[in-house]
Structure formats: structure tokens, C-alpha cells
Design a protein around this ligand. Structure first.
Ligand code: CP
Length: 313
């Protein structure tokens, strides 16, 4: 087995190795080398039961740059619409000799369930499961931070917005802690904070101006309306007033603070266009880094490095 389900519990050594391997693919790309044969003869199946632009596209590009054969199953036109279960869909694809499933699903635990109980001989990469985890997103965020800041140790990082429903925030917090940042802050209204979030080793702020003061990195999050009880949905204009990242609020961070967002962004809800498109924004660098990080994770998974270090699942 060689799965990548979560950043929680992984060693600093493994996370650093993923970043170093991704860096080698960034260098390769800079030298106009588009393809390597590391996954030649392997079949990667992208199974996205939830919508995606960035993750699906970059997994496909990454697999192709590793020379894999790639199948993107279109869930909306697949036989799941005729009532086929997730398990039967996966067993069907397993019978086609797939080597890797890249899975996005609305249920927390879906990727783990598949890896453990459905097709344990197929490598499973979690592309986002419910509110639980989005580990490759967190790793591309870590790569982007390392490129911008060099060293994790002195950094204060703020994660802002809908922490409660965010699989990205959970995976970021675990990765940032393991990589040894100085301080992680979460900034959100009480209604969008998970209970006991402090147990993850973060400082909690409900006031954006206080939370963003002197931080090195601001990581914004989208309101995950698809996972919210609509009765609890905050007013977008009120949310923007209190927690939207505007130039005025960004001035409270360090003068060289960088701005990140996993996307998709909602302009005028969690971030102003002037910030998203400004010179401190790394949002499109994050997208670019998604290819290298996914190449790293897929190639390490297939070569067994995830397992050999006792870091699977
Ligand atoms: N960040 C992210 O997961 O984006 P997509 O939903 O477009 O894949």
C-alpha cells in the first residue's frame, strides 16, 4: 500500500521529502522538460464525486507528465446515476487494472475507506474528502510558502474564514505544525470555528484586525456554502466587512506578508480583488505548484516511499 490520505501524523522528514521532490519537478519544468517516465505503464483514474477545477486539472497534468495513462471518470454521466454504489464503481475500475485512484468525495473518510476496505491493492490519493482533509492542497501551500519565505521556523501564519467546514484548513494546520512554524492563528467568527480547535495547537482570534497583526502569511478560505446549514449561512456583506481581506486589513500584517487562497475565490466575499490580484498575492503560484506537488506525491506513492517510512494513511 502506498496511500496519501492526510497530512496528520506524517513525519517532518516525509513532508520535507515531498517538498524537495516537488522542487525537482519545478526545476525540470523551468528547463522546459515536460515529461519523465516514472509512471510509464501505470493507469491513474481520477474519480471526482465533487466539482473541481484546480485539483482535477493538475492531477491530470501531473499524471501525464509522469507518463501515466490517465482516465477521468465523468461521475455525472457514469453509472452512479443509475444507482451503482461507490464500492461497485470502484470494483469495476479495479477490474480494468487501475494502479491509482485519485478520489474527491463529499463524505469525510471516503478515501480512507476505499484504501482500507474496497481496493487495498490500488494506491489511493485523497483529493479532498468532506470536511476532513485535502493533503495535496496543503502540500502545495507549503511549497509556495517555502519558495516565498525560505524557512518555516520564524513564521506566523494566519488562516482566515470558514475553518469549520474546511478540509484545507485542517490539512494546512497539521502540515504547518509538523514543519515547525513559530505560530499558527485561526481567524473566524465563533459560528465558523470547530469546537476544541485549540487542541490542534493554534491561537484563535474572532477579531480579524487583532489576528492579522504582524503575520508573515495570510491564508484565506472560501465560505463552504455547500457544507453549511443554510439557516446558519452568514450574510456575505457582513462577513466581508468583518473578515474579508482588504488592503486596509492587509496593512496590519508584516510589510512583506504574502497572501494565499486555495481557490476558488469569491471576490468581495472573503477577499478584495485589489488583494487577490495584487503583488503580494501568491494565488496563481499555488495553482502552478499543484502540478509539481502532485507529481511528487504520485511518483513517491508508486515507488513505495510513503509506505517504507511507515507514513501511509
Ligand atoms: N483548491 C481546490 O481544491 O480547488 P478546486 O475545487 O478547483 O479543485
Amino acid at each position: 500500500l502506498k496511500h496519501f490520505i492526510t497530512t496528520e501524523g506524517l513525519s517532518r522528514e516525509l513532508l520535507t521529502e515531498i517538498l524537495d521532490t516537488a522542487d525537482s519537478f519545478v526545476d525540470m519544468s523551468a528547463k522546459q522538460v515536460k515529461k519523465v517516465p516514472l509512471l510509464r505503464g501505470k493507469t491513474v483514474v481520477n474519480l471526482f464525486f465533487e466539482a473541481s477545477t484546480r485539483t482535477l486539472s493538475t492531477f491530470e497534468l501531473a499524471a501525464k507528465r509522469l507518463s501515466a495513462d490517465v482516465l477521468n471518470l465523468n461521475i455525472s454521466t457514469s453509472s452512479t446515476s443509475k444507482g451503482e454504489t461507490l464500492k461497485d464503481t470502484l470494483m469495476t475500475l479495479h477490474a480494468m487494472h487501475s494502479d491509482m485512484f485519485v478520489v474527491r468525495h463529499s463524505s469525510s473518510g471516503a478515501a480512507h475507506f476505499i484504501a482500507e476496505h474496497v481496493t487495498p491493492d490500488v494506491a489511493v490519493i485523497n483529493a479532498g474528502d468532506g470536511r476532513h482533509a485535502h493533503p495535496t492542497q496543503a502540500m502545495l501551500d507549503m511549497l509556495t510558502i517555502r519558495q516565498a519565505k525560505g524557512d518555516f521556523a520564524p513564521l506566523t501564519v494566519a488562516i482566515v474564514g470558514d475553518i469549520l467546514h474546511s478540509r484545507v484548513a485542517r490539512s494546512q494546520i497539521h502540515a504547518l505544525r509538523t514543519l515547525g512554524v513559530n505560530e499558527i492563528r485561526v481567524i473566524a467568527p465563533n459560528t465558523l470555528l470547530p469546537r476544541n480547535i485549540e487542541t490542534l495547537g493554534v491561537k484563535v482570534f474572532t477579531n480579524m484586525q487583532e489576528g492579522i497583526k504582524d503575520v508573515d502569511v495570510v491564508m484565506m478560505l472560501r465560505l463552504q456554502k455547500e457544507r453549511m446549514n443554510t439557516a446558519l449561512l452568514p450574510s456575505e456583506s457582513e462577513f466581508y466587512k468583518l473578515y474579508g481581506l482588504t488592503m486596509d486589513k492587509l496593512r496590519l500584517a508584516k510589510p512583506d506578508a504574502v497572501v494565499m487562497h486555495p481557490g476558488p475565490i469569491n471576490r468581495g466575499v472573503e477577499i478584495a480583488s485589489s488583494v487577490a490580484d495584487g503583488d503580494r498575492s501568491l494565488i496563481l503560484d499555488q495553482v502552478t505548484n499543484g502540478i509539481a506537488v502532485r507529481m511528487a506525491v504520485m511518483s513517491m506513492s508508486m515507488s513505495g516511499q510513503m509506505k517504507s517510512r511507515g507514513n501511509e494513511l
